[in-house]
Design a protein around this ligand. Structure first.
Ligand code: ADP
Ligand code: ZN
Ligand code: ZN
Length: 708
C-alpha cells in the first residue's frame, strides 16, 4: 500500500512492503495517512520487483515506481485537476508550432507536447514535459490555441474506430506445429519458453492470436509486448479485429490520467489481453497464462537512460516463470542471446520457414557503389539499377520503399578552410540541416538555429553542406521522376499525434508510389503492393563500432528486405554497398540467419562478449568534464582493487556521445560471469567512495551497447 509518512519535516510517499514486530530505531513515528485504499500489488509482482532491484542494481523503492503510474502513487486522478486540451485543429497547431520554433521556442515546446498526446493532458504534466512555466501555457490559452479546464474530462471514451471482425485463419503446417506445441504447454500450466523463429511474413501474429484464444478459453490472461513503433495502427488493428474490447492497449501517447484509468481497468480484470511497449511488462495483470514478446531482438525493449536499466524481454521470461506461464519470443532475426538459449536447451525453437500467404521470399541483389561512382564520375545517391527498377514498378502500378537511416537534408555543415564542423553548443555532435524548416538541428537536444553564413571558427564564408538524409532523398527523387508521388516517414514527419497513421493509410491506400524513410519503414509494416525495397547505404548499418554492430546490421537488412513482395507479386531488394565482399552482407542476401549466427558467435566467444560473459557499463555524468573524469578514475581504481576474480574492469573512456545537453559522459566497462557478484563490488565501491552529488552514476546491466 501507498502511505504518507513524516520524513525530514515533510510528508513523503512511502510503500509498505513488510511488517516488523521490532524496530532497530528508538523512536518510530506513526504513519500519517493512507494514499491508496487497496493493496497496490500482488505478491507475485513484488517478488518480481525484488528480483529486478537486485539484478539491475537499483534500490527497491525506485524499482517499485515502475509498477504503478505516478498518478496512482500520488493518489491523483480522483481529485479535480487542471487539464489542457487543444482548441485548434492538429494541422493549424502544427503550422503554428513550426512558425514559433525559432522565435518563441518555449511556446513551440508546449505545442510539441500538446501535439503528442491523444486527447488531453494534466497541466502539471505538460509543464514538466515541456520544461516551461505556467505563463507560457497561459499565453497560448489567450491566443485560443489551447484551453485549461478544471473538471475531469472523460479520459476513456469508447474507441471510435471501427474494426472489421476477423476469424482465425486455417494454419499452415509450420504454424500448426508451433500452435500444437504452444497449446500443450498452455494446457500443462507449467513454465515453458519458445523461440518462434519465423521468416518475415510467415504469420507469427496469427500464431500469437490463436495462442491467446486458447489462453482466454482456460480463463487466463495474456500479455503481449511489441516494439514502440509497432504499437501503432497495424498491430492494434489486427488484434482489435480479432478480440475487440477484450484488449487493453498501453499506448505510449497516453497521458498520466489515461494511464491511471488503464492501470485500474487492467487491475480490476476488465481486460483479458494487454498489449503494450516496454513498460507494459509491469502491468498489474493476474492469472497470467501467456506472455508474448514480438520482435524479441529489438533494442527498444531495453531501458538505457535510467535505472533500473531493464530489458523487458528478460523480465518477461522471469515473469512467465514466476507464473508457471508459457512465453513466446518471436523474431525473424533472433538476438544472439536467445538463439544461444535454444542451443543450450533453455528455449524450444519453433520454426516458420516460409511465408504464410503463399508469397515468396524476396530476391535480394547488391549494387557496388564504388563502380557506380566511377561510372557517374562523382557521388550519386541512387544507382542506375535502383532508378530503373523504381521506374519499372511505378509504370506497373506497384509500390517501392527506399530506406536510409539518416534524417534531415544534409548531415553536417563543414568549413572547407579550417575543417570545422558546426556542432551543437550543448552536445558534442554535428548539427543536421533540415530544409523544410531551414534550420540546423541537434538530434540529441532541442537546439536549432538558422544556418550561419560564415564558419563559426575562422569566419570564412567557405562552408559547405555534407551528407544526405531522407529529406534529401525525397527531393532528389522528385527531381528525377516528377510524376512519381512520394511520402516520407521519419521522426520529423511523425512527431505529432495522428501523423504516423495518416502516412500509413496514405501509403496503404496507394496515395503514393514510393515511401522513403528511416528504420520506421524497415520494421513490421505489411504493404502487399510493395514489390521493391532499396537500401541506399547498407554499410552504415554494419559500421557501428559496437559489439552488437554486426547483429544490428544483419537484423536491419533482413527486416527491411522483408517488406518486399508480401502480396501476390513477388518482390526484389536492392542493397547499395561500398563493401560488396562483406560476409555479413552475404548471409543477409542468402537469408541465412544460422550462417550469420555461427560467424558472429565465434567472434563473441573470442572476445568473451555476451552471451559468453555479462557486461556492466557504469556511466558517469556531470557538468564539469574534469571532475567527472576524476570521479570515474577514482571509482575505477577502487573497483580494480575490489574486483579480484569476479571479473575484469576497463579504465574510464569517454562515451560514444561524450557530451549530451551540457553533461559530460564517461564510462567504465565490467565483464564477468556473475551479475550479483559484480553488483556487490559496485555497491561496496559506492559506499566507500561517497559520490559527489554533482556527478551522477548510472549502472547499465547487460548494456545493449558499449559505445553509446
Ligand atoms: P510476420 O509477423 O511473421 O512477419 P504476419 O503475421 O504479418 O507475418 O503475416 C503475413 C501475412 O500472412 C498477413 O497478411 C497474414 O494475414 C497472412 N497470414 C498469416 N497466417 C496465414 C494463414 N494461415 N493463411 C493465410 N494467410 C495467413
Ligand atoms: Zn572555418
Ligand atoms: Zn544538442
Amino acid at each position: 500500500m501507498c502511505v504518507k509518512v513524516p520524513l525530514r519535516g515533510n510528508l513523503q510517499t512511502g510503500i509498505i512492503v513488510n511488517f516488523l514486530h521490532k524496530s532497530q530505531f528508538k523512536k518510530v513515528l506513526p504513519i500519517h495517512s493512507i494514499v491508496s485504499d487497496k493493496t497496490l500489488m500482488t505478491q507475485e509482482l513484488f517478488k518480481l520487483a525484488d528480483w529486478i532491484s537486485q539484478y539491475y542494481h537499483t534500490p527497491l523503492a525506485k524499482t517499485l515506481k515502475l509498477f504503478f503510474p505516478k498518478s496512482v502513487r500520488k493518489g491523483m486522478g480522483h481529485k479535480k485537476q487542471q487539464v489542457v486540451i487543444r482548441k485548434k485543429s492538429l494541422e493549424e497547431l502544427r503550422e503554428l508550432c513550426m512558425s514559433l520554433r525559432l522565435k518563441k521556442p518555449k511556446q513551440a515546446r508546449v505545442l510539441d507536447e500538446l501535439l503528442k498526446v491523444e486527447k488531453e493532458v494534466f497541466l502539471t504534466e505538460l509543464l514538466e514535459r515541456s520544461g516551461v512555466s505556467r505563463s507560457v501555457v497561459q499565453t497560448l490559452a489567450k491566443q485560443d490555441c489551447l484551453e485549461l479546464l478544471s473538471t475531469r474530462v472523460d479520459r476513456n471514451p469508447l474507441d471510435k474506430a471501427e474494426y472489421f471482425p476477423s476469424k482465425p485463419k486455417k494454419l499452415t503446417s509450420d504454424q500448426q506445429n508451433a500452435y500444437d506445441k504452444i497449446s500443450s504447454s498452455l494446457a500443462s500450466e507449467k513454465f515453458q519458453s519458445f523461440l518462434l523463429f519465423g521468416v518475415t511474413g510467415s504469420g507469427k501474429t496469427e500464431v500469437y492470436m490463436q495462442a491467446m484464444e486458447v489462453t482466454l478459453k482456460k480463463g487466463k490472461r495474456a500479455l503481449m509486448l511489441v516494439p514502440e513503433i509497432a504499437l501503432t495502427t497495424q498491430t492494434v488493428e489486427k488484434l482489435k479485429s480479432r478480440f475487440k474490447d477484450k484488449i487493453s492497449i498501453l499506448h505510449h501517447r497516453l497521458s498520466q490520467g489515461e494511464r491511471f484509468d488503464q492501470w485500474h481497468a487492467i487491475r480490476s480484470g476488465e481486460a483479458s489481453i494487454v498489449i503494450g511497449a516496454r513498460s507494459a511488462i509491469f502491468a498489474p495483470i493476474d492469472k497470467l497464462g501467456l506472455v508474448i514478446v514480438d520482435e524479441e531482438h529489438e533494442l527498444s525493449y531495453k531501458q538505457t537512460d535510467e535505472m533500473p536499466t531493464y530489458n523487458a524481454r528478460d523480465i518477461a521470461v522471469m515473469r512467465a516463470k514466476m507464473n508457471e506461464a508459457t512465453i513466446i519470443l518471436g523474431s525473424a532475426t533472433p538476438s544472439l542471446e536467445s538463439f544461444t538459449n535454444v542451443k543450450k536447451g533453455k528455449y524450444e525453437m519453433l520454426t516458420l520457414s516460409s511465408r504464410a500467404n503463399s508469397a515468396l521470399m524476396p530476391k535480394i541483389e547488391i549494387v557496388d557503389m564504388k563502380s557506380e561512382i566511377e561510372k557517374s564520375k562523382g557521388f550519386t545517391l541512387f544507382s542506375q539499377r535502383l532508378l530503373s527498377e523504381i521506374d519499372k514498378r511505378f509504370k506497373k502500378g506497384e509500390q517501392s520503399i527506399i530506406f536510409l537511416n539518416r534524417r534531415g537534408f544534409h548531415t553536417s555543415l563543414v568549413c572547407t578552410q579550417c575543417a570545422e564542423v558546426e556542432k551543437c553548443p550543448s552536445c558534442d555532435i554535428s548539427l543536421t540541416f533540415h530544409r523544410k524548416s531551414d534550420t540546423l538541428n541537434c538530434h540529441l537536444c532541442d537546439y536549432r538555429i538558422g544556418p550561419p553564413r560564415l564558419c563559426s571558427k575562422c569566419k570564412s564564408p567557405t562552408i559547405k553542406f555534407r551528407g544526405y538524409g531522407t529529406e534529401n532523398v525525397e527531393s532528389q527523387l522528385r527531381k528525377i521522376f516528377p510524376e512519381i508521388r512520394t511520402l516520407r516517414m521519419d521522426a520529423d514527419t511523425t512527431k505529432h499525434v495522428g501523423s504516423y497513421e495518416k502516412l500509413y493509410y496514405a501509403f496503404r491506400n496507394h496515395k503514393a508510389d514510393v515511401l522513403i524513410g528511416t528504420q520506421m519503414v524497415a520494421k513490421g509494416l505489411h504493404f502487399p503492393s510493395v514489390t521493391l525495397v532499396g537500401v541506399l547505404n547498407c554499410d552504415r548499418q554494419f559500421n557501428i563500432p559496437d559489439f552488437k554492430g554486426a547483429e544490428i546490421g544483419f537484423q536491419m537488412i533482413t527486416q527491411v528486405s522483408g517488406r518486399a513482395g508480401r502480396g501476390e507479386v513477388s518482390g526484389n531488394v536492392i542493397l547499395q554497398t561500398f563493401n560488396k565482399e562483406s560476409s555479413y552482407l552475404k548471409h543477409a542476401i542468402d537469408g541465412d540467419y544460422v550462417a550469420f549466427y555461427e560467424q558472429e558467435i565465434a567472434s563473441r566467444k573470442f572476445f568473451s562478449y555476451p552471451p559468453f560473459a555479462h557486461l556492466i557499463k557504469i556511466l558517469f555524468r556531470g557538468k564539469s568534464e574534469s571532475q567527472t573524469l576524476k570521479v570515474a578514475h577514482k571509482f575505477y581504481q577502487l573497483l580494480s582493487f575490489r574486483i579480484g576474480k569476479v571479473g575484469l574492469v576497463q579504465a574510464p573512456l569517454p562515451c560514444g556521445y561524450p557530451k549530451i545537453k551540457e553533461y559530460y559522459r564517461f564510462q567504465i566497462l565490467l565483464k564477468g560471469h556473475n551479475i550479483y557478484a559484480l553488483n556487490e563490488c559496485i555497491q561496496r565501491v559506492e559506499e566507500e567512495m561517497q559520490m559527489p552529488s554533482s556527478v551522477r552514476l548510472i549502472v547499465d546491466v547487460d548494456p545493449s551497447s558499449t559505445f553509446f
